[in-house]
Design a protein around this ligand. Structure first.
Ligand code: KIV
Length: 289
């Protein structure tokens, strides 16, 4: 993936302004799945900061500024405490740090569930103040009318079914969903309702694999799995999980790095050098000319 800017030759100006190469569009992502088949799986990672987005951008189709930032960045006990202001600040940083991947931002708990009007006000704020391409919301059948309302008014929506972390107080934890026939049927019905309402893609989180496969085969839009199945139309992970930032490694996470050890080791070496007065050296100090 080239990281150079392309000249805008669409104008007759003598000195065309350099413009970034075009971002992936939401319709382009939706159209990855044709007649139930996705030949080019969708790559999504979470991003919360501009620099993180810069590093991930070239490798991803979608960057999600997820409300998991509540736990990952703010040390909150769950995503329930996350506010729209937080999502606006971090979503804008992610958009500033990227130019290739489409950016979706989570609507946080309590900012969209009570009415279509509340949802459109919150989603509009996210699009206007961050420049993101789409919003994501949790919930199935109960949110279908809202999804259609937003979509028909120009706001692309990504759905999120299965384990929905904003509902942790009702679910009672983060265990995998769909183990009983009734629960599996409800998750499939949720996914079908969102698909019919017009989501451009949906996250399937923390469900037993047969349910993820059944949904992926049943819905027309791409599914993006996390703790779901390799047969989903794409995958997402929380970037810090994938990098090994935390000690606890949930079953669905694959660690591609051990960043916590790298950070802690670097801090330890720095601390030792400060205490031994071996940092800074002549190389890191300003001397008279
Ligand atoms: O908030 C988040 O990061 C998410 C992903 C885990 C899908 O919803």
């Amino acid at each position: 993936m080239s990281t150079t800017f392309q000249l805008d030759t669409a104008t007759s100006r003598a000195h065309p302004t350099p413009t970034p190469m075009k971002r992936l569009t939401i319709p382009a992502i939706r159209q990855r799945k044709v007649d139930g088949v996705t030949t080019d799986p969708i790559v999504m990672l979470t991003a919360y900061t501009a620099r993180q987005a810069q590093l991930l951008d070239a490798h991803c189709d979608l960057l999600l500024c997820g409300d998991s930032l509540g736990q990952v960045i703010y040390g909150l006990p769950s995503s329930v405490q996350v506010t729209l202001d937080m999502m606006v600040a971090h979503g804008a940083a992610v958009v500033r740090g990227s130019y290739h991947a489409a950016v979706a931002v989570d609507l946080p708990f309590g900012t969209y569930e009570s009415s279509k009007e509340q949802a459109i006000a919150s989603a509009t704020r996210l699009l206007k103040e961050t420049g993101c391409d789409a919003v994501k919301l949790e919930g199935g059948e109960v949110m279908a009318e809202t999804v259609a309302f937003l979509n028909q008014r120009g706001i692309p929506v990504m759905g999120h079914v299965g384990l929905t972390p904003q509902a942790v107080n009702v679910l009672g934890g983060y265990g995998a969903r769909g183990r009983s026939d009734a629960e599996a049927a409800k998750i499939v019905a949720d996914a079908m309702a969102l698909d019919q309402a017009g989501v451009f893609a949906m996250v399937i989180e923390g469900v037993i694999e047969p349910v993820a496969i059944q949904i992926t085969q049943a819905v027309s839009c791409p599914t993006i799995g996390i703790g779901a199945s390799a047969q989903c139309d794409g995958q997402v992970l929380v970037t810090e999980d994938m990098l090994g930032m935390f000690e606890r490694v949930p079953r669905f996470v694959k660690r591609y790095e051990a960043i916590a050890e790298t950070i802690s080791g670097a801090a330890q070496r720095y601390a030792e050098e400060v205490r031994a007065r071996t940092f800074p050296t002549i190389d890191q100090t300003y001397q008279p000319k």
